[in-house]
Design a protein around this ligand. Sequence first.
Ligand code: EPZ
Length: 423
Amino acid sequence: MEKLVIEGGIPLTGTIRIHGSKNAALPILAACILVDGKHTVDNVPDLLDIKVMIEILNAIGCKANHQDGSVILDTSSIYSHHIPEDLMKQMRSSIFMMGPLLARFGQVQVYQPGGCAIGERKIDLHLKGLKSLGATIEETNNTIICRAKKLIGGNIHLDFPSVGATENILMAAVLAEGETTIHQAAKEPEIVDLQNFLNALGAKITGAGTDTIHIVGVKQLTPCQYRIIPDRIVAGTLMIATAVTGGNVELTSTCPQHLESLIHVLKKADVQITLKNDIINITSIGRPKSLDRIVTSPYPAFPTDLQSQIMVLLSLSDGITTIKEKIFEQRFKHVDELKKMGADIQVNNNIAYVRGVPRLYGASVKATDLRAGAALVVAGLAGKGTTIIEHIHHIDRGYVNIESIFNQLGANITRCVESPVSR
Ligand code: EPZ
């Protein structure tokens, strides 16, 4: 079992490039199967989730490999529309295969991806959307079979701006007959990146980034080469880590406009942020100020994927802040671990009351999910003494060698492999 050992209290300094976005790359790799041929997708991060997506693509007959930051993917030899259950269980985002396989082959077999540490994570809106395009859905136990001789465009009203449902419906509608409009669509930058990729293939989509997306179905698409946007959640994690260590860091290859809600919050907490093109400079000038409240909501509001990290900053602030988690039912699992490091946090349902303390202290803690794990790394960097983090496979799903990212900025993090006997 691997773990991270962090010597805390070192201000982060220096410059670092932000890698490509996991949450943009996953649906875009799935979308490649909409058309026969060779695709090149650039700026794809070398992450656990990407490895699983490539395994799924190869399991249905694609020839996909990842080299030097690009995925080269040939979709002309697909022979199966059935995603292996064991691979679906490894990664929820395998559900992104549903829309493209249905659109291309008229049928797809997947499995309920099931919940994860942060919540129930239903897919009812995905299925409802595909049904509105004329698909039949057969659900037995855990198996879901979608069929459609022909997908027909139509009006789809999402009950909630789900990121995944918007992406699946978008990919299915590209080859549907006629026009589709998705109302109350999710507006995340990853949706805009997916629209831009699909349009580069020859699709006709407008409106991504707003709550109404319009798709004119096309008969034909052509493979292309495409570059993925930078990862705004990785950038946000580094910005918060700089602020809690009293550091001064420059992030390059970012999209500052994707981080407006975080930049607003950090400035209110008295962190200095300057922007220049794709560069963000962060300078911490002392103890962060507490805020009235933070509420996680769909983009462009404050992202749920930065909730645990900003909680670390607020647990070191000069007062009390409430954090309301409105997206996922169980996304406060990091609280008990932060309390082991000296944080003062009370939770009542989906609200956390964070009372700032002067200092956090190193401790042995466990990562319970991807972003909770990232928050423990941030807390360890700020904390006095040594922090040991276990279950770091969660973190590897979303950060490419997190220890080397921070060590490039002067941190002291070691990844240790614990031999089974020593446990
Ligand atoms: C995407 O998940 C991201 N994952 C998540 O990032 C992110 O937290 C989430 O969007 C919200 O921003 C990827 O892009 C791969 P949703 P997704 O559908 O698509 C409920 C990370 O840390 N819902 O917008 O699964 C659902 O249960 C990950 O990188 C339904 O009820 O999010 C949840 O409470 C974690 N029915 C809420 O909506 C549905 O059919 C938001 O889910 C779909 C969703």
